[in-house]
Write a protein that binds this ligand. Structure first.
Ligand SMILES: [Zn+2]
Ligand SMILES: [Zn+2]
Length: 298
C-alpha cells in the first residue's frame, strides 16, 4: 500500500532507520518492501550472497530501482557484500577471486546509486599482521578499480576464529593501512550484536564503549549501525542475532542508542530474525525501536 505524499515527506524527515530487505524478484522490489515496514533506511544484497556467481546491474534495472526508491521514504541505502569474499586470505587464488568479486560489489552499488557498501574484514588464517596488510591492500586495489561515490563501511566483527576487525584498535589499523585518497572513501559500521560478542559491554558501559570508539576509531568514521540483540553472552565471540530487547544486550542499550543525539544522522538497520513473516516482524521491531525515543515513546 503506497503512502501518500504527505506521509512520505514526514517520514523523510525522521532519522534513517530500517532493515535488511529481500531483493526476491529483483532489486526494484526492495524499496516497496522497505516502505511496507515504514523504513527510512534499507540494506540489500545485490546478488546471491552465498554464491560466487557475479552479475552487473544493467540500466533498466538501475532505473527501475531508483524510480521505486524515489517513491518511498527511504533516504539511506546500502548493500552488504557476499559472505564468500576474504580479502585477507593467504591463498593467492582465493584472494584474487575475492578482490574480483569485491570490485563487482562496488560497481553494483555505484550503478544503483547506493550510499554504502558494508563489508566484513576477512580471515587472516595464517598470521594476523600479514592478514591485516593483505586485507588493506585488497580494499585499496578494489577501490582503485571501482572509482565512484559509494562509501565502503568496514563492519566490526564478533571475533570468531581468525576473523579480523573485532577490536577497535585493529579496525583503526586496517583503515590507516589504506593509503589516501582511498582511505577517505572508507568508514565503519558498528553491529551491536558483534561488538557485544567481541567483549564491548554496551549494555552496562554504554558511554565507556563509545568513548573508546571515539578515541581509537573516531566518531566521524561511523557511517552506519546494525541494530541487533544477541543470543549469546558478552565476549562469547559468536555471531547470533536476536530480536531487539529480547537478548543478552537487552532493551536498555537500544533505548540509549535511539535517544543518542550523536547517532541521530547515522543510518540504523536491523538484521534480526524475521520469524515466519518478515514484513510483520520487521515492522514490529522498527515500531519497538521508535517507541524507545523519549518524545515519541509512552
Ligand atoms: Zn555484516
Ligand atoms: Zn551478525
Amino acid at each position: 500500500m503506497p503512502d501518500n505524499d504527505e506521509a512520505v515527506a514526514l517520514k523523510k524527515r525522521s532519522p534513517p532507520l530500517g532493515a535488511h530487505i529481500s531483493i526476491a524478484g529483483g532489486t526494484s522490489k526492495a524499496p516497496m518492501r522497505a516502505n511496507a515496514i515504514n523504513a527510512t533506511a534499507m540494506q540489500i544484497f545485490t546478488k546471491m550472497a552465498n554464491r560466487w556467481a557475479e552479475r552487473a546491474c544493467e540500466e533498466t534495472e538501475c532505473t527501475a530501482f531508483i524510480t521505486a526508491l524515489g517513491e518511498t521514504a527511504v533516504r539511506k541505502t546500502c548493500a552488504h557484500d557476499s559472505y564468500l569474499i576474504n580479502l585477507a586470505s593467504p591463498d593467492p587464488a582465493h584472494r584474487k577471486r575475492s578482490i574480483e568479486s569485491f570490485v563487482r560489489e562496488l560497481e553494483r552499488c555505484e550503478a544503483l546509486r547506493l550510499d554504502y557498501l558494508v563489508s566484513h574484514p576477512g580471515n587472516y588464517i595464517d598470521d594476523r599482521a600479514s592478514g591485516l596488510a593483505r586485507n588493506a591492500e585488497g580494499i585499496t586495489i578494489a577501490l582503485e578499480r571501482a572509482p565512484g561515490e559509494v562509501v565502503l563501511l568496514m563492519e566490526m566483527t564478533a571475533g570468531a576464529g581468525t576473523v579480523l576487525g573485532s577490536i577497535f584498535e585493529e579496525m583503526a589499523t586496517l583503515i590507516d593501512l589504506i593509503p589516501m585518497p582511498f582511505r577517505s572513501r572508507v568508514g565503519v559500521c558498528v553491529d551491536t550484536a558483534h561488538i557485544f560478542a567481541a567483549g564491548y559491554d554496551i549494555a552496562n558501559d554504554y558511554d565507556g564503549v563509545w568513548a573508546r570508539f571515539d578515541d581509537v576509531i573516531g566518531r566521524e568514521r561511523l557511517g552506519m549501525m546494525h541494530l541487533n540483540d544477541s543470543k549469546v553472552p558478552l565476549a562469547s565471540r559468536r555471531d547470533r542475532h536476536e530480536l531487539i530487547g529480547e537478548g543478552a544486550i537487552g532493551e536498555g542499550a537500544f533505548r540509549r542508542i535511539m535517544n543518542d543525539d550523536r547517532l541521530e544522522g547515522v543510518a540504523k538497520v536491523i538484521e534480526t530474525p524475521k520469524l515466519d513473516d518478515a514484513e510483520k516482524t520487521d515492522r514490529r521491531m522498527l515500531e519497538r525501536l521508535r517507541s524507545y525515543v523519549w518524545h515519541l515513546g509512552v
